[in-house]
Design a protein around this ligand. Structure first.
Ligand SMILES: Nc1ncnc2c1ncn2[C@@H]1O[C@H](COP(=O)(O)OP(=O)(O)OP(=O)(O)O)[C@@H](O)[C@H]1O
Length: 596
């Protein structure tokens, strides 16, 4: 099999130079009008390259950074191809989109359904999930949908249960998409994909979309792509631009593990970050500990983790995306990590840990590929376990043409992974690239002004309180999940306003003196920083939740306080080699690492 690698034309390599339109890519007028209704009028670089090639019928392996618009890059030409297909009685779908998780399946399904509706074309799409009973699969496929969105495991089950006939697939299948291809094998779908491959007809156009390249993608290419012409869209620009979108500003804060709650409180309470905020923790218990802690200061948030029932997870995502709450605490670490004897997790009794393991959903993917809408700030309360995990977390902001920021709270124990991340991103000491500088808006004074209150409250969030809240939340969500199931069945795209996920878990309301930060506690620098962030938010049209739905097309560089503001603390930090931030000697540790 000959493999051809083509580079995209020079003029589309740089995002700044692009001038292509959806019309010039050859896209159908109905699709363009549908996109306009979604306020999308300019293709992203990956769309500019991939759409014409897919329209020409080529197999494409598209690799592009997170949030670069890969979903439309394949969905738009896929739909256009189906618009023009001869109508004939087909016993299997013409297009199958395979994704690694149910969340992604729901996301893609919603996107296709909405495009079909806006285009007013008589195409049918169905979604199959492993939680659906087999008779439901039969019913869904009996409606003879043109498009099937599902996971590889479901397709295999459809084949083995006779719900899908291999001969029908052979007759019908025109396009097969493997979305988030880099994850499919790591989610353990190799056997499922192998069960499908013998039935993929030679003429079927195959598309592999992924955010990172890996041996798994190579393996899939060999497994799936059997046309002689394979087109690989190579990395664009240098590695830094490729891995993390340019429009995301990354920062870090050095603090001890013990001070992490204090630091996040300072960031949120002093309003030094733009909302909406997505906060990552490595354990579910830490997620609940943070939620309870913030609640005491009148900051409401929701948690998202693998333990929650699927309907609740989908609904939390919908509510967050609709702007119904501003702070979402997500736990994305693997189950094995959750069950390790580390940190807060270790407090769980054996029985409960077993329960958590049992409950956690293997098809859950809180981060990878999920399109959190209009997240302006990602905070790593705990550092991720790998550089790849960091890239996927940070990729939840700055999607397509929007801007965003990330702040990583790094304790001395996490310096090693932080250094690994920096080197992965190409943060080179020698060329002074300083890709992840210290966060400039939070001064030592501001943090210290909240220390007493934060430490006092942190003590009251006991291990037992965390455990009880976690169990209570799970019970609530299981009940909610039943209601949501009925709700989704009747009205899948509506929002159930009555089921709020950011409800307070503690019985006592926050003490009035903790709700507001008294003026005398704030220094002039922090007041100015907070005012600037608020002004920037207003300038970016980010004050009214309804307006957050709009897509920010241009980065507002000059209005972004992170680009213009310099706090005293930051200057000192630079001069003093981070000493100002850490009693714990992080700066020294960092220096030492750098020399090696
Ligand atoms: N041309 C465009 N203009 C503006 N917004 C766009 C455009 N294309 C896609 N988007 C929006 O950008 C966001 C990110 O797109 P998408 O989810 O397809 O990214 P992705 O490359 O698949 O990311 P990931 O690798 O994280 O899955 C979505 O909200 C999508 O609606």
């Amino acid at each position: 099999m000959a493999e051809t690698t083509e580079k995209p034309p020079k003029d589309i390599e740089s995002e700044d130079e692009q001038e292509q339109t959806f019309e010039s890519l050859g896209l159908d007028g109905r699709l363009i009008r549908a996109l306009n209704k979604k306020k999308i009028d300019k293709p992203t670089p990956i769309q500019q390259v991939a759409i014409p090639l897919i329209l020409q019928g080529k197999d494409v392996v598209a690799r592009a950074k997170t949030g670069s618009g890969k979903t439309f890059a394949y969905l738009l030409p896929l739909l256009q191809k189906l618009f023009t297909l001869e109508p004939k009685k087909k016993l299997a779908p013409s297009a199958i989109v395979l994704v690694p998780t149910r969340e992604l399946s729901q996301q893609v399904y919603t996107e296709v359904s909405s495009l079909i509706e806006l285009c007013r074309v008589p195409l049918k799409v169905v979604q199959l999930t492993s939680s659906m009973p087999a008779p439901d699969w039969r019913t869904a496929l009996a409606a003879l949908p043109e498009i099937l969105v599902t996971t590889p495991a479901c397709v295999k089950k459809c084949l083995s249960d006779g719900v899908l006939q291999p001969t029908s697939i052979d007759e019908s299948l025109e396009i097969l998409v493997l979305d988030e291809a880099d994850l499919l094998l790591s989610y353990g779908y190799e056997g499922d994909i192998k069960a499908l491959t013998p039935h993929i007809p030679k003429r079927c156009q195959c598309l592999l979309m992924s955010a990172t390249s890996s041996d798994d993608v190579e393996k899939l290419k060999k497994l799936i792509l059997h046309n002689s012409y394979i087109l690989t869209l190579p990395e664009v620009g240098d590695i830094k631009d490729e891995v993390i979108p340019k429009n995301v500003q990354q920062f870090w804060i050095s603090c001890s593990a013990r001070d992490k709650l204090l630091y996040i409180l300072s960031l949120l309470k002093l309003e030094l970050v733009q909302k909406k905020v997505l906060i990552f923790t490595n354990t579910i218990d830490m997620g609940f500990r943070l939620k309870l802690f913030l609640e005491k200061f009148g900051i409401r948030s929701a948690v998202l983790n693998s333990e929650l029932p699927q309907n609740s997870r989908l609904h939390i995502l919908e509510e967050f995306n609709a702007g119904l709450f501003d702070y979402l605490i997500a736990t994305d670490t693997s189950k094995s990590k959750e069950n390790e004897d580390n940190g807060v997790s270790s407090i769980e009794p054996k029985k409960s840990r077993k329960h958590a393991k049992h409950k956690a959903d293997s098809e859950f993917g809180v981060v990878r590929g999920i399109d959190f809408k209009n997240v302006h700030t990602v905070v790593n309360l705990d550092m991720p376990e790998s550089a790849e995990g960091y890239v996927h977390r940070i990729g939840r902001t700055g999607r397509a043409y929007s801007t965003g920021a990330s702040i990583s709270l790094v304790s001395p124990d996490e310096m090693a992974i932080f250094e690994e991340i920096k080197s992965f991103l190409g943060d080179d000491e020698k060329d002074n690239s300083n890709l992840i500088p210290p966060f400039p808006l939070l001064t030592k004074n501001a943090v210290e002004s909240l220390r007493y209150r934060a430490e006092d409250v942190a003590k009251s969030v006991t291990k037992i309180a965390v455990r009880e809240s976690r169990a209570q939340d799970l019970r609530n969500e299981i009940l909610n999940s039943e209601k949501l199931k009925a709700h989704f069945e009747v009205n899948p795209r509506d929002l159930a306003d009555l089921l709020k996920h950011d409800k307070a878990l503690s019985k006592k309301p926050p003490a009035p003196h903790l709700r507001d930060v008294p003026d005398y506690l704030l220094d002039a620098t922090t007041k100015e920083a907070s005012k600037t962030v608020k002004l920037a938010r207003a300038a970016m049209g980010n004050t009214n939740p309804a307006r957050r739905h709009g897509f920010k097309r241009k980065s507002k560089r000059n209005k972004d306080p992170l680009k213009t503001f310099t706090a005293e603390g930051h200057k000192r930090a630079r001069r003093g080699g981070m000493k100002q931030e850490g009693k714990d000697g992080n700066g020294n540790h960092r220096q030492k690492k750098r020399k090696t």
